[in-house]
Design a protein. Structure first.
Length: 228
C-alpha cells in the first residue's frame, strides 16, 4: 500500500475541520486530506475506529498510511452532499443502518456538531471523520470512564438534545430499526475485532472493551425479543 510523506508533497489547500490539516498533492496529481493530530495515540485511535467501521461494512473514506505517526490521511473525494440537513429521506435511511456501528465505537460525533460529519459520495452516505470515536472526543480530549463496556449511545445518539444533528438523523428510528442496526455489530466475530485492533497497535484492553460492548448490544437485542 502506498505510504505518503507530506514533506515531499505540495500543499494545495487548507483545513476543512477543527484539527490542523491540509490538502496535499503528489506528483501524479492525486490529492489527500491530511490531519496533523496532537499525538500518535490520537491518530492510531482514529485509524482503529475506521478499520472497525470497515469490519462492520460501514462506508468510510479511504485511509492512506503516512510516514508521520501523528498524521491521519484520506484520499480526497468529491462530496455530492456534506451535511445531515441535506440528506434525502432515502439517504437518511442509509445512514440509520449504521447507528449500531456509531454506538459501538462510541462515536459521539457521528453526525457532527454542525451536521457535517455525514456526506454523500457517488450516492453512498459516508462517515467523514472518526476523530470522536473510541477513547477520544472529537477535539482530542480523552473520554475516560465515559467510554465503558455499556453502549448507552444507542439511546443518546437518538435523544440527546446537546447533539442536535444526531437526533435529527437517528431520532425517528423505531425499535425494529434499532435492532437491525445492532445486528450489524453483533454478527462480527470476536477474533476479527481482536485482529484489527492488534494489527494497528491497539491495546488488548481496547479489544476486550469492544467485545464487551458488542456483548452488551447483543443482550439488549435478546431483551427486546423476550415476551412481556
Amino acid at each position: 500500500m502506498k505510504v505518503i510523506d507530506t514533506a515531499t508533497l505540495r500543499q494545495v489547500g487548507g483545513r476543512m475541520g477543527s484539527n490542523p490539516a491540509g490538502i496535499f498533492e503528489d506528483e501524479q496529481g492525486r490529492c489527500y486530506y491530511v490531519k496533523s493530530l496532537e499525538s500518535p495515540a490520537y491518530a492510531r485511535n482514529e485509524l482503529i475506529a475506521a478499520r472497525l467501521y470497515q469490519l462492520a461494512g460501514a462506508p468510510t473514506l479511504t485511509y492512506v498510511p503516512t510516514t508521520q505517526a501523528h498524521e491521519v490521511a484520506t484520499e480526497l473525494v468529491h462530496l455530492d452532499k456534506k451535511n445531515v440537513a441535506h440528506l434525502s429521506p432515502e439517504e437518511c435511511l442509509q445512514a440509520q443502518h449504521w447507528l449500531g456501528v456509531h454506538a459501538w465505537t462510541a462515536n459521539w460525533d457521528a453526525a457532527g456538531f454542525l451536521g457535517d460529519n455525514q456526506g454523500v459520495v457517488q450516492g453512498k452516505v459516508v462517515t467523514l471523520d472518526m476523530g470522536g470515536a473510541l477513547d477520544f472526543r472529537a477535539m482530542g480530549d480523552m473520554k475516560g470512564k465515559a467510554f465503558g463496556p455499556q453502549v448507552g449511545e444507542l439511546d443518546t445518539l437518538r435523544q440527546d438534545a446537546n447533539n442536535p444533528f444526531a437526533v435529527r438523523l437517528f431520532g425517528d428510528m423505531d425499535e425494529t430499526r434499532v435492532q437491525e442496526a445492532i445486528q450489524v455489530v453483533t454478527r462480527i466475530p470476536d477474533e476479527k475485532i481482536r485482529q484489527v485492533i492488534a494489527d494497528l497497535g491497539g491495546r488488548e484492553k481496547l479489544a476486550d472493551k469492544m467485545i464487551a460492548r458488542k456483548a452488551h448490544m447483543a443482550a439488549r437485542l435478546v431483551a427486546e425479543c423476550l415476551p412481556a
